[in-house]
Design a protein around this ligand. Structure first.
Ligand code: SF4
Length: 153
């Protein structure tokens, strides 16, 4: 069983009210092999919402209180929302004893192998990936979906 980013499963949870559906991930959900969650919604943010970036580091730096999650337009500090959302995802993983997640790359919350700053890809992970990884949950990117589907056959 996997936790997956809700937007990858086709839910319109993105900041701009759209999805980024990955058919393979959606198939996992349809077959009952994955649970879709959106940490930013679980953190209390509306959809659509302001785009957010991590300033001064990545999700791990936020956990270590060395960086913050900031709205790109208004400069609003959304760190507490993104931390709360990440903790809720971890809570669900713990409840269901889920040890693996497929999270959307590039997001300040989900970012499984990189995050974005402006249009640039920056090395590092999102806040939810940092929280799950520190709890011993394996987080991979949607790029790995074909490998995962083969393994489940
Ligand atoms: S926080 Fe994660 S699940 Fe929610 S829209 Fe962004 S990438 Fe998708």
């Amino acid at each position: 069983m996997y936790i997956v980013s809700a937007c990858l499963a086709g839910l319109r949870t993105r900041y701009d009210g759209k999805d980024c559906c990955n058919r393979g991930v959606q198939e996992l959900v349809i077959r009952g092999n994955a649970i879709p969650l959106c940490p930013e919604q679980l953190g209390g943010l509306p959809t659509p919402r302001e785009a957010i970036e991590i300033s001064g580091g990545d999700g791990g730096s936020v956990l270590d209180r060395r960086a913050r999650a900031i709205g790109k337009e208004t400069g609003t500090d959304y760190t507490d929302n993104l931390l709360k959302g990440a903790e809720e995802v971890l809570r669900m993983a713990s409840l269901l004893k889920i040890k693996k997640a497929i999270l959307k790359d590039g997001s300040p919350s989900c970012g499984s192998t990189y995050i974005k700053r402006g249009r640039r890809r920056v090395r590092g992970v999102g806040i939810t990936t940092a929280v799950l990884s520190r709890a011993g949950i394996e987080v991979v990117s949607e790029e790995d979906i074909n490998k995962i589907r083969k393994a489940l056959r």
